[in-house]
Structures are given as structure tokens and as C-alpha cells.
Write a protein that binds this ligand. Structure first.
Ligand code: G1P
Length: 279
């Protein structure tokens, strides 16, 4: 059966980074496995993908990241130990995730940037549109998840989509920043994008957060993309090539996003989810 290329069925999780900002916690534990309350960041991301009807999870890992594979696998001994006890329910959520998805992995052997990590995932994605979730951007809302909002938009626009939010101008050097023309409420046709510009060079105050829908031609573009900011291959630069053909939209998502790549954001997310769990 030919693939329906308007539906996003796969989600790529780049998870090869070192997590240096969280050392020493991340010396032996992948940063994607740091928990907000009792759940690792990566599991929040996978649950978000599932909420958008995505069932194929592709994870780009690296050295020292084996805990990720173990997390999304059966743990016979543990399950046997707690079966029939009052603790059994602690595993309900993760078992549900494992049942609903297939997981595949590939390793990025050298850290050459987010664009390179995404290109490394090509072998797991193939020739179809896909979502990308950066697990350290933790998103939450009371309605549809951010990636679900984006997959729906993809069915309408059929081009790459980046999630954006307004940031204080002085923070532009932490993000990819876009410029473009408004299409409809919350949707902007992107004409320019710059990776981590100095505030004086930022084309707007709209920053890309870690949610993307990408069309598969991005892989050929990434193969040709030269190292950019920080000497790394940047997804922002590859997307600019699509944007120049009018093939990228930015979407002002509904919901809340926490930068769990920073200690402040991580603590904020922990407090938020703690309070939510008590409501
Ligand atoms: C990456 C991207 C950047 C984007 C950000 C969102 O940067 O390169 O364009 O704004 O994710 O979190 P990183 O945070 O990995 O340095």
C-alpha cells in the first residue's frame, strides 16, 4: 500500500548530547533520563508523540545512553518482584507506552550538531514526513499536545513546521529565530531564520522551540549543509533552504514550555508538575 504522506507516523528524538549543564548528574545518566517528579524527560516526549497518534519512535543516541533503551523495554525481574503488590501501578504508564509504540535506535558517533543528529536518524525515518521532539523542551497544556497541534496543521499545509514562542530580545542567542509573514491566526510563513543571533541581529522575537515537523527532503538538504553556528550542522540552516522556497511555516503553539536544558527551567517544570499533581 502506498504511504499516506500527509500523516505523520514517526517521531525522531535526538538524544545524543552530553548534558554538560547538568554535570555531575549527567556523568553516567543520559540527560534525557533526568526525571521531572518520577518520569524521565524522554518519556514525557514519547507520551506527547503518542497523543498525536504517532506509534513509531526513532531515537538517536550516543555513547553512554544505554539506560534509554532499557527504559523502553520490559524489565522481567522488576515486574516479577512487584506483581500483585501495591507497587504494581507504578509501572502502568511506562508499560502502556511500550505497548503502544515500536522503538528503534541509531547512534550518532560524533557530536556535530542537531542537524547532523537528525540526518543520522534518516535510516530510521526513510522517505516520509516526521516529527522531531527535543525532550529537554518539556511542553504541557490542558488541551491538545503541541506535537498534536502541529501534525494537524501539517495535514493542511504539507510543509515543514517549527513551533515558536515569543522570547525576551536578550535571549535570542539561545535559539533559532524566525521572520516571516502572518498567514492566519498563529501561523507565519517563514522567510528568514537565523541560529542563535546576537540580539542586535535577531530578525524578530519569535524563537524556535524543540518541536518540528519535517518533510523528508530535509535529509538531502542536511547532507549539503555546511557547519554553521558553533561549527555544528544546524537544522535551522537546513530549514532556511526550505523556507526560501516558501516551504516552512512557524506555529505559535498553545501551551506552556519549560527549558529543562537549564537548571532554572528544570526546577520551574518540577514545581509546575508537582503542583499539578496535587490539584
Ligand atoms: C536547538 C536548535 C535551536 C532551537 C533550540 C530549541 O538548540 O539549534 O534552533 O531554538 O534547540 O530548544 P539547542 O538548545 O540544542 O542548543
Amino acid at each position: 500500500m502506498p504511504k499516506d504522506k500527509t500523516k505523520v507516523k514517526k517521531c525522531l528524538f535526538p538524544a545524543a548530547g552530553y548534558g554538560t549543564r547538568f554535570l555531575p548528574a549527567t556523568k553516567a545518566i543520559p540527560k534525557e533520563m533526568l526525571p521531572v517528579l518520577t518520569k524521565p524527560l524522554l518519556q514525557y516526549g514519547v507520551e506527547e508523540a503518542i497523543s498525536a497518534d504517532i506509534d513509531t519512535i526513532a531515537i538517536v543516541t550516543g555513547r553512554g545512553k544505554r539506560a534509554i533503551e532499557d527504559h523502553f523495554d520490559i524489565s522481567y525481574e522488576l515486574e516479577h518482584q512487584i506483581k500483585g503488590t501495591s507497587k504494581e501501578h507504578y509501572l502502568t504508564e511506562i508499560k502502556d507506552v511500550i505497548e503502544k509504540c515500536t522503538f528503534s535506535y541509531t547512534r550518532q558517533m560524533e557530536m556535530k550538531g542537531l542537524g547532523h543528529a537528525i540526518l543520522t536518524g534518516e535510516t530510521l525515518i526513510g522517505d516520509e514526513p516526521f516529527a522531531v521532539i527535543l525532550a529537554d523542551d518539556l511542553c504541557d497544556n490542558n488541551g491538545e499536545s503541541v506535537i498534536c497541534q502541529m501534525t494537524k496543521l501539517f495535514e493542511e499545509y504539507k510543509c515543514s513546521i517549527v513551533a515558536v514562542e515569543e522570547i525576551p530580545p536578550q535571549d535570542s542567542n539561545k535559539y533559532g529565530v524566525i521572520a516571516g509573514e502572518a498567514e492566519e491566526n498563529g501561523v507565519i510563513r517563514v522567510s528568514d531564520m537565523v541560529e542563535k543571533p546576537d540580539p542586535k541581529d535577531a530578525p524578530s522575537n519569535l524563537a524556535i522551540i524543540g518541536r518540528y515537523i519535517l518533510t523528508p527532503d530535509i535529509f538531502d538538504i542536511l547532507r549539503e549543509t555546511k557547519p554553521g553556528k558553533g561549527g555544528e550542522i544546524q537544522i535551522t540552516d537546513a530549514l532556511l533552504a526550505q523556507a526560501k522556497k516558501g516551504r516552512v511555516i512557524a506555529y505559535k503553539f498553545k501551551g506552556k514550555r519549560f527549558d529543562c536544558g537549564s537548571v532554572d527551567g528544570f526546577v520551574e517544570a518540577t514545581n509546575y508538575f508537582y503542583n499539578k499533581s496535587k490539584d
